[in-house]
Design a protein around this ligand. Structure first.
Ligand SMILES: [Zn+2]
Length: 172
């Protein structure tokens, strides 16, 4: 019944988006990610922290940049998070009362997942959402022109990029 209802709401365009974010938070986060590529010389990324709503939607409330929790995270040019960074992340989550609701990283070119992205989900649990911003986040990336992928577990992903704002809604 629940799935019939969500299918029906989907047809009507009334299903809640999976992710939501205030435009001001998104714009600031995206600008920071572009800046942290040091002039398009390396990738950058962030954990997206926030809260869950009862309807299953998740609100992105904060960007925690990889290079802030681990100064070495971007030094190879490709995002690499060391285990030693995680206690710092959990401390931030605890202090703010947030969880990790998604992650985001930039690519030099298009927004498709690399083999390494598929093999190494940032949060290896089913339902985790990974966003990829093309062109070093320089072209005003928004839902509809970014990669949106959901981890299903066991190395499997499903792509939601084409759903645009039905999947990820930026609000005021
Ligand atoms: Zn990637």
């Amino acid at each position: 019944m629940a799935s019939f209802l969500s299918t029906l709401l989907g047809w009507l365009g009334l299903a809640p988006p999976r992710l939501r974010c205030r435009a001001s938070i998104w714009n600031e986060g995206v600008q920071q990610l572009a800046r942290r590529t040091l002039g398009a010389r390396r990738e950058s990324g962030a954990y997206l922290l926030g809260t869950h709503r009862p309807d299953g939607s998740r609100d992105v409330l904060d960007f925690i940049y990889y290079d802030d929790v681990d100064p070495e995270a971007l030094s190879t040019g490709i995002v690499t998070i060391r285990e030693t960074a995680l206690p710092r992340l959990w401390e931030i989550c605890r202090a703010r009362g947030y969880g990790v609701v998604a992650d985001v990283h930039v690519h030099p070119g298009g927004f498709g997942q690399s083999e390494s992205d598929m093999a190494n989900p940032v949060m290896p649990r089913a339902g985790h959402i990974a966003l990829i911003l093309p062109y070093f986040a320089r072209n005003n990336p928004r839902p509809g022109s970014i990669g949106m992928f959901e981890f299903l577990g066991d190395g499997q992903w499903v792509e939601h990029s084409g759903k645009g704002r039905k999947f990820f809604r930026l609000g005021g």
